[in-house]
Design a protein around this ligand. Sequence first.
Ligand code: ZN
Length: 149
Amino acid sequence: MKLLSALLAVAAFAFAPAALARTCALSIDSTDRMSFTAPTLTVARDCKEVVLTLNHTGRMPAQAMGHNWVLTRTADVAAVAQAGMRSSLANSYLAPGDARVIAHTSVVGGGQSTSVRFATSKLAAGGDYTFFCSFPGHSGVMRGKLVFG
Ligand code: ZN
């Protein structure tokens, strides 16, 4: 009986991808050298949802070299990062409830990973979007483009 339910679970999983095909997975690494490993992330137009995973491949703790992944319109980066500097690690170095933030992860330290799921309905095809790290002092170098469409 146990085997049968296991088989049924496998069968259900096998059919799941068709229904979930519009959830797209992205992943990016960050390092102890205050960097992201990709300058651009691309989300296909038919992705309904994105699950972004941020890995911190370094060793330094979040208090010293923490990283998060924050997505905003490019025009909002400076103001969001500025407001985030006055925030705290517990608040992911973002002003609580900042409506300019389209999506963000928590801040992680070396050896940790985190992820965020967001709907692409928040994005306009061809829009100008930037991802960055809002840890104080990082957004100047830790940033890249997110292309949708
Ligand atoms: Zn950072």
